[in-house]
Design a protein around this ligand. Structure first.
Ligand SMILES: Nc1nc2c(c(=O)[nH]1)N=C([C@H](O)[C@H](O)COP(=O)(O)OP(=O)(O)OP(=O)(O)O)CN2
Ligand SMILES: [Zn+2]
Length: 147
C-alpha cells in the first residue's frame, strides 16, 4: 500500500544558465509530496493499528530532515559563483548549497536522497520511501525515482 503526506515551503532559486527568465533570482511556493510503501500495522490495540505509518510521524521526520532547512532559504547551486558571491554579502543569509542546479528534477532527487536513509534507519524493512514528487508551480512537477 502507498501513503502520501504533502508539505509546502517557500524558497528562492535561479537556474543560472537558463535561456529565459528562470536565470533571474525568484522564488516559489514549493509543494513536496512524500510517498511511503508498506503494509498497515495489524497488531490490535496499537496506536498505529491500520496505518502504514502515522502521518504525524511522517510529518515530524520530513519537517526536521528537510522542510526546516529549505523553508525560506535560497537554494543555490554550489557552482553558481556569481550567486554565492551576492548571497555572502547578506549577513546571516539562509542559503542551502546544492550539488546541482535547483531544477524541480534535481530538488526531487536531492529530497529523496536526503529522506530515504532516514526512513530506512528508523523503520528498516517495515516500509520504504517509494517516491518524492516536487511541485515547482501548480502546473509543473518532477517525480523521483521515475516509474
Ligand atoms: N524541466 C524543467 N523546466 C523548467 C524548470 C525546471 O525545474 N524543470 N524550471 C523553470 C523555472 O524555475 C521557472 O521558475 C518555472 O516557472 P515558470 O516559467 O513561471 O513556469 P510556468 O510559466 O510554467 O508557470 P505557469 O504560471 O504555471 O504557467 C523553467 N523550466
Ligand atoms: Zn523557478
Amino acid at each position: 500500500m502507498l501513503i502520501t503526506r504533502r508539505f509546502e515551503f517557500d524558497a528562492g532559486h535561479r537556474i543560472p544558465n537558463h535561456e529565459s527568465h528562470c536565470r533571474h533570482l525568484h522564488g516559489h511556493r514549493y509543494v513536496l509530496e512524500v510517498t511511503l510503501r508498506g503494509e498497515p500495522v495489524t497488531q490490535a490495540g496499537r496506536s498505529d493499528e491500520g496505518m502504514v505509518l502515522d502521518f504525524s510521524a511522517v510529518k515530524t521526520l520530513v519537517q526536521r530532515a528537510l522542510i526546516e532547512e529549505w523553508d525560506h532559504a535560497f537554494l543555490a547551486y554550489r557552482g553558481d559563483q556569481l550567486l554565492l558571491d551576492a548571497l555572502e554579502r547578506i549577513p546571516d543569509h539562509k542559503t542551502v548549497l546544492l550539488d546541482a542546479v535547483p531544477t524541480a528534477e534535481n530538488l526531487a532527487r536531492i529530497a529523496y536522497e536526503t529522506l530515504e536513509p532516514r526512513f530506512a534507519a528508523l523503520y528498516g524493512e517495515r516500509l520504504c520511501l517509494a517516491r518524492v514528487r516536487l511541485y515547482e508551480t501548480p502546473n509543473c512537477w518532477a517525480d523521483y525515482p521515475a516509474g
